[in-house]
Design a protein around this ligand. Structure first.
Ligand code: PLP
Length: 407
């Protein structure tokens, strides 16, 4: 049986939530950018530095073996969390951005030539646009874009029309970091597979908020960042089906990723190490594993349900503000609300909210093509995490009203 979702107890695990800024209690609503860390994560990392630290995989000595065991146990924790078949399918990276760059580079080299096409969506983060553009300039590949309706939902019929015999990859966000739209990735994947095309899912904004099962989705690749799921910065994951990863060339060269090296011929290590050149962030992977343990102990279903309730409440309350415009009103929506009020510049709104202790994000959210589609320069974005409360949302709404009155 699941435990009750005890928000007071949960908040005690995150010391930073006790902070004041400008003499006001911190209301942290920038979880889409990064999440705060529970003691369980930070303590495990300092404990490992203090009592285990040694380089992994190549030492015969006790500490090195212990560090290696912890690092590989973390890989197993990630495997279990996303329900991959094997730890060979879990590649540690620096984060979502590096995972996508790795894949675009490696997949592009192996499987794409001039004139081949990749399908992205109009709501992608720059991290899922620019690596493909770099590939376009190197190899002459072509980017096709799935459009959306005014509610921020992808147009599935248009998506299907984008496929041609040149389509080699589809790469889409599971959840939009601006609109909050939960894209129907299972459906997108099924169609791509019917056309013989693999799919990369950018899970940066889904992993912290909902249960994800890569086998159930049948995703070929799934990527995310540790820091957005209550883990440390600098560590992330590329999940790839073993049959794909096996066929891809290495991304970076160096130690760890080789089997043997000579000036005549070098052979590469087996999966997943083939993609992990250099000393990995083995302390970071411990932190990530403890973060996944933390959210698992609360239950991803419970977190999703709690955040859904918060988001519905926030949407209802924000709509009470005169001149409120919420960008992104999809039926399936995660815990992100982008908004603008009257003619108030998003930057002014964000700066003044900050003075009230309320941390929101303003600007284009690394999604400039989406801003162009929406016809705005930027938005104010409140994004919720597992520790936010209705009281904090009331403070946000009161803050927005107060700022509105000033204009
Ligand atoms: N993709 C999406 C949808 C995101 O929201 C983000 C971060 O905001 C990223 C990719 C990039 O993540 P990172 O900077 O951790 O690599």
């Amino acid at each position: 049986m699941k435990h009750m979702y005890d928000i007071e107890q949960i908040r005690k695990d995150f010391p930073i939530l006790e902070r004041q800024v400008y003499g006001k209690p911190l209301v942290y609503l920038d979880n889409g950018a990064t999440t705060q860390k529970p003691r369980q994560v930070v303590d495990a990392m300092s404990e490992e530095y203090y009592s285990v630290n040694a380089n992994v995989h190549r030492g015969v000595h006790f500490l090195s073996q212990q560090a290696t065991e912890l690092h590989e146990a973390s890989r197993e924790t990630v495997r279990r969390f996303i329900h991959a078949r094997s730890t060979n399918e879990i590649v540690f990276t620096r984060g979502t951005t590096e995972s996508i760059n790795l894949l675009a580079s490696s997949f592009g080299e192996a499987f794409m030539k001039e004139g081949d096409e990749v399908i992205l969506s109009v709501m992608e983060h720059h991290s899922n646009i620019v690596p493909w553009q770099l590939l376009a300039s190197r190899r002459g590949i072509v980017i096709r874009v799935i459009p959306m309706n005014d509610r921020g939902e992808l147009l599935i019929d248009e998506y299907r029309k984008l496929f041609s015999e040149r389509t080699k990859m589809v790469s889409v966000a599971h959840v939009s970091n601006v609109l909050g739209t939960v894209n129907p990735v299972k459906e997108l994947i099924a169609y791509a597979h019917s056309q013989g095309v693999p799919v990369l899912v950018d899970g940066a904004q889904s992993i912290p908020h909902m249960p994800v099962d890569v086998q159930q989705l049948d995703a070929d690749f799934y990527v995310f960042s540790g820091h957005k799921v209550y883990g440390p910065t600098g560590v992330g994951v590329l999940y790839g089906k073993e049959e794909w990863l096996d066929r891809l060339p290495p991304y970076q060269g160096g130690g760890e990723m080789i089997q043997s090296v000579s000036f005549q011929k070098t052979t590469f290590n087996e999966l997943p190490f083939k993609f992990e050149a250099g000393t990995p962030d083995y302390i970071g992977t411990t932190g990530l594993a403890r973060a996944l343990d933390y959210v698992s102990s609360l239950g991803m279903d419970q977190i999703a349900a709690y955040e859904q309730e918060l988001t519905a409440y926030a949407t209802r309350r924000l709509m009470e503000v005169s001149g409120m415009r919420i960008l992104g009103t999809a039926d399936a929506k995660g815990s992100v609300i982008s908004f603008l009020v009257g003619n108030i510049h998003h930057f002014d709104m964000g700066t003044l909210l900050d003075r009230l202790g309320i941390a929101v994000r303003t600007g284009h959210h690394c999604a400039q093509p989406l801003m162009q589609r929406l016809g705005v320069e930027g938005t104010v974005r409140a994004s919720f995490g597992l520790y936010n409360t209705k009281e904090e949302i009331d403070l946000l709404v009161a803050g927005v009203e107060r700022v509105s009155r000033m204009f």
